[in-house]
Design a protein around this ligand. Structure first.
Ligand SMILES: *Cc1c(COP(=O)(O)O)cnc(C)c1O
Ligand code: SF4
Length: 347
C-alpha cells in the first residue's frame, strides 16, 4: 500500500463515495492531498464521523472560505528576512527547508504554502543564505526545523542540515516539528536517528497528533526509539471540532503522550486558514475544555493552550480564568470552579 494522493485513489480505497469525486477533485486543485498507509489503515470506514478521516480525507466544505480567513493566517511572510527563515522572536528562528508533508491535514495553517504546488524545497543557494542569516545573528539560540515536515528528508540530507547547524556555536538547541513518528513510524530508523544526532546539539522533537488513536503501537515504538536515543519529545495538537473537542478525547490524547514519554507542550487554537471553518470552535469553548483538564488529568498531561495571533504577532497563552475579584479582594478558582479568597481571610 502506498500513500493515497488523488480523488480516484481515495474512492478506490473506499474513503469517499463515487458521487463525491467531482467535489473532491475541485478541492484537490487547490489543496494538496496525502494519506499515509498507517493513517489510511487507522480510519474506520463504517464511522461517518471518524476523527482520523476528518483530519485527512478532503471535504467539499474546504471550498467555502469565510471573510476572516487568510492565506497566511499567522503572518509568516511578514517576518521572513530571507527565504526559508521566519524570525518572529529574538532568540529563535524557524528554518523551513521543505514544504512537503507525509500527510496533508485538512485544517493545516500553512495549507497555501505546503504540497507539490507549494513553496517547494529551498534551493542550495537559498539554503546558504538561510544558514548565513543564522550564523550572522548571535541572538539565535534555537533553530526550529519545520515546513512542511523536515522528517520527510532522507537521513543523508537531514544529516547535512544538522552538520551545518553544528558549526554555528551560538545555536544550542535544534527543534524539529513533525508528524512523521505518528503517520510514518517506519521512517524512524537508525539512520534517521543518527542523522538527528549529527549536530551534537540538544535535539527536541515536537510531534503533532490530535487523537489518541494516532498513538498506535507502531507510533509509540517509533517515539520510544527517539527518546531512547536521548532526544527529548514534546507534543503539539490542534483543538479541532469533530476530532478532539471533548474532555474524554483530550484527556486520553494527553495521557497517551505522557505514556509514550512525550511531554504535552502546545494545544493550538485552530488558525484562520482558508476553508477550515468546519474545524473551528470559539475561544470560550476552547477555554472551557482546557479548564476542565486541570482536575481531570495529571499535571504532567497539561498542555499550554495557545493562539497564534493573526497578523504575525506571535503566540499568546489562553489561560483559563482563575483569578477574579470579590468585594475588593482577589479570588482564585479551584479545579472544581469554586472561588477562594487570596490571601485567605484571617481565621
Ligand atoms: C511558533 C513559532 C515559534 C516557536 O514558538 P515557541 O513558543 O518557542 O514554541 C518560533 N518562531 C515562530 C515564527 C513561530 O511561529
Ligand atoms: S503536517 Fe503540519 S504542515 Fe503538514 S499539512 Fe499537517 S499541519 Fe500542515
Amino acid at each position: 500500500m502506498s500513500t493515497l494522493r488523488t480523488p480516484a485513489e481515495l474512492e478506490e480505497a473506499g474513503l469517499i463515495a463515487s458521487g463525491e469525486v467531482p467535489g473532491i477533485a475541485r478541492v484537490a486543485e487547490r489543496y494538496a492531498i496525502a494519506i499515509s498507509p498507517a493513517m489510511a489503515d487507522l480510519i474506520d470506514k463504517a464511522d461517518p464521523d471518524d476523527p482520523i478521516a476528518r483530519q485527512f480525507v478532503p471535504d467539499a466544505a474546504e471550498l467555502a472560505t469565510t471573510p476572516e480567513e487568510r492565506e497566511d493566517p499567522i503572518g509568516d511572510l511578514a517576518h521572513s528576512p530571507v527565504e526559508g527563515i521566519v524570525h518572529r522572536y529574538p532568540d529563535r528562528v524557524l528554518l523551513k527547508a521543505v514544504h512537503i508533508c507525509p500527510v496533508y491535514c485538512r485544517f493545516c495553517f500553512r495549507r497555501e504554502m505546503v504540497g507539490p504546488q507549494g513553496l517547494g524545497t529551498l534551493a542550495p543557494e537559498a539554503l546558504d543564505r538561510a544558514f548565513a542569516y543564522i550564523a550572522g545573528h548571535p541572538e539565535v539560540w534555537e533553530v526550529i526545523l519545520t515546513g512542511g515536515d523536515p522528517m520527510v528528508l532522507s537521513a543523508r540530507r537531514l544529516s547535512a542540515l544538522m552538520q551545518r547547524l553544528s558549526a554555528i556555536g551560538h545555536v544550542k538547541i535544534v527543534r524539529l516539528h513533525t508528524r512523521v513518528p505518528v503517520v510514518e513510524p517506519e521512517r524512524i530508523d537508525e539512520a534517521l536517528i543518527a542523522a538527528l544526532k549529527t549536530s551534537g546539539k540538544t535535539v527536541y522533537v515536537a510531534v503533532h497528533a490530535n487523537h489518541p488513536r494516532e498513538l498506535t503501537p507502531a507510533a509509540r515504538a517509533a517515539c520510544g526509539r527517539l527518546v531512547d536515543a536521548g532526544i527529548v519529545m514534546l507534543s503539539q495538537s490542534v483543538l479541532l471540532k469533530g476530532v478532539n473537542d471533548d474532555p474524554d478525547t483530550l484527556a486520553a490524547l494527553m495521557r497517551a503522550f505522557v505514556e509514550t514519554r512525550i511531554k504535552p507542550y502546545y494545544l493550538h487554537h485552530p488558525d484562520l486558514a482558508p476553508g477550515t471553518a468546519h474545524f473551528r470552535l470559539s475561544l470560550d469553548e476552547g477555554r472551557a475544555l482546557v479548564a476542565g483538564l486541570r482536575g481531570r488529568i495529571s499535571g504532567l498531561c497539561q498542555p499550554t493552550y495557545v493562539l497564534d495571533i493573526p497578523g504575525g504577532y506571535g503566540k499568546a497563552a489562553i489561560a483559563p480564568d482563575t483569578v477574579g475579584e470579590e468585594d475588593g479582594s482577589q479570588t482564585i478558582a479551584d479545579f472544581r470552579g469554586r472561588r477562594h479568597l487570596y490571601p485567605p481571610a484571617e481565621s
